[in-house]
Write a protein that binds this ligand. Sequence first.
Ligand code: XMP
Length: 322
Amino acid sequence: MAVEEIALQDLDPEAFIDEKVREIAAAVGDGTAVNALSGGVDSAVVTLLGHRALGERLRTYFIENGLMRKGEPEHIREVFAALGVPVEIVDARAEFFAALRGVTDPEEKRDKGITQVFYKDVFGKLVRDSGAKFLLQGTNYTDVEETVAGVKRQHNILAQLGIDTQAAYGYQVLEPILPLRKSGVRAVGKALGLPEEIYSRPPFPGPALAARVIGEVTPERVALVREATAIVEQELADSGAFQYLAILHEDRVTGVRAGRRDFGRQIEVRCWDSTDAVTAEPTELPFATLRRIADRITAEVPGVVSVTYNVATKPPSTIEAV
Ligand code: XMP
């Protein structure tokens, strides 16, 4: 890999911030840049670095792709408004769901359903309309490592796969946090003044809830996994785990509700202990916690009759399901 990793123990967050702010300002010159804020710690850190470097010459968009957590677009806009950073919400739900229609293969979902729509259609248009020549993006060291190793095509990896973004999409990509892993990004986020709620947030994948729906991603199926995710996040917020999530399975199973057969849906809960997402172990959650999650999901998420907990490690599992 062309870029060198900065390990947490070698990271001086303030010096890193100064260096990256200078680099962004020098690269963009007197031009303008855009970036997409998803609400995750990576894009949040890049938004603040870009804002420090460029001020109003950075336009920050939240792409509402229909795949985000409950209430997320408005919440993130409010958090950043309080930090003095205006965020424009772009409604791209129709484009994403149209591209995801009928797609079940995981890599096709990531590439055709998310990467192409995001970079080419939605962002390509925003960049063209705004006249910006640069996109700031929160790719980190682990994203590149896993994509280059062929584990999973992370949605945001472009140059490292030999994609010329200037030719393919009409803009250049700047990736200030490329040398950092998640723990380093969190330290920089804290030093930048992000609220703890944001810098200590569990990771959330770029393809969002599409990475947690096995089989076709439809608005209805995303709505189910969104509800289950909200329950898992509420119940495990104090677990101290690295990441916790809900997955909607494609297969149905026979259940019984009010004395009648109910051929219902299955939700899988995952909760991981990890430091860098490269390897991970299932968290030893108390059984009562698991039971409470199952009770809530079967009561609150329509049609769910089965809730399972993944006890495999990564590898050979991965953290997300897709
Ligand atoms: P996996 O599922 O590969 O996930 O074990 C490792 C970590 O990366 C997150 N993840 C992604 N992040 N774009 C991202 O920005 C992606 O396409 C993507 N896929 C997975 C995942 O949530 C975990 O923290």
